[in-house]
Design a protein around this ligand. Structure first.
Ligand code: GLN
Length: 192
């Protein structure tokens, strides 16, 4: 049976678990927070939250290396919001932590400004036949993407969904809506 791990050091972990259990009824979804757990999973989710905090907690839990190895080995990784910041290769104007460099993207944190802290938008997502209503919360955007990165959706401020091989990065929160089509894109990556 497929085992999907949700990185559970900080952020909206329980929402992801609930959404995944709904979208992938035949999978086991577990919280990942200790060394040894990532190896047992076939796919991983890095949730939204506060990227600096998640980065520090991951380092102190001793799981950063395992996460990087899993992503490099080709396991599907869904990185949402703060997760997208974490998997990037560079953060615009940021010196507080070094991102993991798993995706060839440069991200800008809190890219919609304080006046637009959280909002919803109808996105045209590549591969979906009708708009997807996305929830954004203090969201980052992808300011630059390398040649191997497939852009899946964008807003005026920048790219908000992208895929590079086994990594799917989203600026928004698919776990906060009932529409499971984005989770389905991620689950389909398990078949690739
Ligand atoms: N602004 C947060 C960060 O960069 C991300 C916000 C979120 O995950 N909802 O860490």
């Amino acid at each position: 049976m497929t085992r999907i791990g949700v990185l559970a050091v900080q952020g909206d972990v329980s929402e992801h678990i609930t959404a995944l259990r709904k979208a992938a009824a035949d999978s086991v979804v577990i919280e990942v927070r200790a060394p040894g757990q990532i190896e047992e999973c076939q796919a991983l989710v890095i949730p939204g939250g506060e990227s600096t905090t998640i980065s520090r907690q991951m380092d102190s839990s001793g799981i950063t290396g395992e996460l990087v190895a899993a992503a490099r080995s080709g396991k599907p990784v869904l990185a949402t919001c703060a997760g997208m910041v974490l998997v990037s290769r560079e953060i615009v104007g940021e010196g507080r932590f070094k991102p993991l460099g798993l995706m060839d993207i440069k991200v800008s944190r809190n890219a919609f400004g304080p006046q637009k802290e959280s909002f919803e938008a109808d996105l045209d997502v590549r591969g979906l036949d009708r708009p997807y209503r996305a929830v954004f919360i203090r969201a980052p955007v992808i300011a630059e993407a390398g040649g191997d990165v497939e852009v899946l959706a964008r807003l005026d401020e920048g790219v908000v969904a992208a895929r590079e091989k086994n990594l799917l990065a989203l600026a928004f929160h698919p776990e906060l809506t009932d529409d499971s089509r984005i989770h389905q894109i991620f689950l389909n990556m398990l078949e690739d």
